[in-house]
Ligand binder design. Sequence first.
Ligand SMILES: [Zn+2]
Ligand SMILES: [Zn+2]
Length: 277
Amino acid sequence: MSLEVPASQQRRCAVHPDQPAGGTCTRCGSFICADCATSVPGLGVRLYCVACAARPDVNYLEALRQRYLGRRDEWAWVVGGVTLLLCVTVVAALALWGPGTRRQSLFLLVLLIPVPVGVAFFLGQRWARHALLATPLVVAVAADALYRDARFLFLLCLVPSMVTALRIHRDVRNQLFFRLPVSPEALKVMWNRRFNNRIARHALRFGLGAVLLPLWAPIAVICGAVALTRVDPKATPPIGRRGQALTGIFLGLVSPLLWWFVLLPVLDRWLSPMFYK
Ligand SMILES: [Zn+2]
Ligand SMILES: [Zn+2]
């Protein structure tokens, strides 16, 4: 009698029948091979089959992706708003002053250059993402050609516009609006910024504010205490920012003492000669 299990009876991967299974999927229980075994961010050592690892109820990053995919973000509304503002400006200028000189009417035309890009961006046309990067430069060059003496002003508008356009281009939430593929790492950064124990960030902000204005101290302590109760690294998804919550509480407790023992006597020494001389 042999203890060896015949090859036909060995556990096999449900997807790759030629591969031996190393374990089972935590969710559906099907056999998975080494190739299929997938870990999910925030779920530690638990392994899933590929299909289950992509499910929004298992993978919170996938849930986040599906929640925002194709949904208009804040930047799309900003671009849409600026586009509308440009149209209103041009219409108002025409209504108030008429077409004016040839140079003035050409300048109004230059102001309309971003409009098709803005409309396409608002509607989620992918080409508009790239066109938006070039638009400020095109407008500035065209405006400069018409009014040479205003070059400094155009440059002053160009720099922040280009920086904003670049920020929009790199924004993960905006990329989801355009249905672009986004890496799990980028999704995690976005989740962390938007959803990971935000009250701990408020605690830190109020704590820093309390150093300048001790009135913020109780708010910092309350926010920090609430945030601290929410910290749970083992939850799905994991809730962090313990450090920020603790710092907020610390600053909230220390800043009134700092004011009482250090800053008030200093202020008193500076201010009293002014008032009581
Ligand atoms: Zn599964
Ligand atoms: Zn497999």
